[in-house]
Design a protein around this ligand. Structure first.
Ligand SMILES: *Cc1c(COP(=O)(O)O)cnc(C)c1O
Length: 398
């Protein structure tokens, strides 16, 4: 089966996500001069469009040629100082990696560890903030992609306010921004990170960083070493519609097309679609008698579901079978949950029938790996939900 070349390989990893045809086509342009006088006509609307995506009115959005991790580093190195005390929490591979980076960059990290399957612990945050007024920044991973857990970012700022803290709020929104509700300014987020290959439906290679007016102010007194990611260099170039170095021109064309798709559908509709697709996948998981890594509904993610495999079944084997026999890529379990879960990414350019295909392939791969699942039970639970949800949507739009 592995050499079967007809049809497509179904991509259900939570990034890189499927790149829509109009975006792929938009990137197929002859190379152009990034210093040409009309280049700003391409770039300026990208900054404006991204500000709308982030919900950032009075700050700026930077675009870096890097994966999402680059914007993690840009956020820290442009606004903080070595030795600054920061409050973070770890409950999955991505929140863990950001904490690791903060330590390696010389921050004094207070890290709250939670079970993988829970999210940002608001009460613990409030407790630390009340007891330690020297905390300069608070970090939150909005959507932990390793476990399929979404946290309450507005709630983080609320507990900061309640504790009388005016620290900077850093948010990793790589697998949430442009897929589920995110409001940088309304939620008091100072640094918001995303990447091109998730909700923005682009190839990997760009990171975006939404920066509040307050974080731009903090930049003025921050002394950490930075060069490639320097806000100052970026601002100077961006104000002229250019970059301090050669930007990935094709990706910028793709970004223009993906922003157009998102705004044409409408952000509220994009969020509602992600919720609908995710809910169908969750009904499917339930129909198969399986459970999610997210420990309770308050944490359920609308962009990725990490599904626990039954006792004695290897999640990595489920992924291998899915890929080789059924040409379907699922996300594997990372580090602490390796072998214990497999993940269905349901973000980006997707619809109901694609999610049914993912469930169908998952059922076959699970059964082949030895799990006692009833073939069709997940698909049919999801079908029932999608039929209801689709007709409800139609009635609502009438
Ligand atoms: C994908 C992802 C990242 C960034 O990963 P890169 O490989 O550097 O693009 C960071 N955080 C989360 C939550 C992610 O899902």
């Amino acid at each position: 089966m592995a050499d079967m070349k007809t049809g497509v390989t179904h991509l259900f990893v939570p990034g890189p996500t499927n790149v829509p045809e109009p975006v792929r086509c938009a990137m197929n342009v002859p190379m152009q001069d990034h210093r040409a006088p009309d280049f700003p006509e391409l770039t300026r609307p990208l900054f404006t469009g991204l500000k709308a995506i982030f919900g950032n009115e009075s700050g700026r959005v930077f675009i870096y040629p890097s994966s999402g991790s680059g914007a993690w580093e840009a956020a820290i190195s442009n606004t903080l100082n070595r030795g600054d005390r920061v409050l973070m929490s770890r409950f999955g591979q991505f929140s863990q990696l950001w904490a690791d980076m903060a330590q390696r960059l010389g921050l004094d990290v207070i890290c709250v560890d939670r079970e993988w399957g829970e999210g940002v612990p608001l009460q613990d945050y409030e407790h630390h903030l009340r007891n330690d007024p020297t905390i300069r920044a608070v970090f939150a991973t909005h959507n932990e992609t390793a476990t399929g857990v979404t946290s309450d970012v507005a709630g983080v700022r609320q507990v900061m306010d309640a504790a009388g803290s005016d620290a900077l709020l850093f948010v990793d929104g790589v697998s949430s921004i442009a897929s589920i509700d995110f409001q940088q300014e309304a939620w008091g987020v100072d640094l918001a990170v995303t990447g091109s290959q998730k909700g923005l439906m682009l190839p990997p290679g760009l990171s975006m960083l939404g920066v509040s007016a307050k974080a731009l102010e903090a930049h003025m007194s921050s002394t950490m070493q930075r060069c490639y990611f320097s806000f100052e260099d970026m601002i100077k170039a961006n104000d002229a519609g250019s970059f301090p170095y050669t930007p990935p021109v094709q990706l910028l064309h793709g970004l223009r097309a993906s922003l157009e798709l998102l705004f044409t559908e409408g952000l509220p509709q994009v969020f509602a679609r992600h919720h609908r697709l995710a809910e169908g996948v969750r009904r499917g998981v339930d129909g198969l008698g399986l459970s999610l890594c997210a420990v309770s509904p308050e944490w359920y993610s609308d962009t990725v579901s990490a599904i626990r495999v039954p006792e004695g079944i290897d999640g990595a084997e489920v992924c291998r079978i899915g890929y080789h026999r059924y040409r379907t890529s699922f996300g594997g379990g990372l580090t602490k949950v390796a072998g214990k879960v497999f993940r269905i990414g349901h973000l980006g350019d997707l619809n109901e029938v694609m999610c049914l295909a993912a469930l169908s392939a998952a059922e076959m791969a699970l059964a082949d790996a030895g799990a006692k699942v009833e073939l069709g039970a997940g698909v049919s639970a999801a079908q029932t939900y999608y039929r209801e949800a689709t007709s409800a949507l139609e009635a609502q739009n009438r």
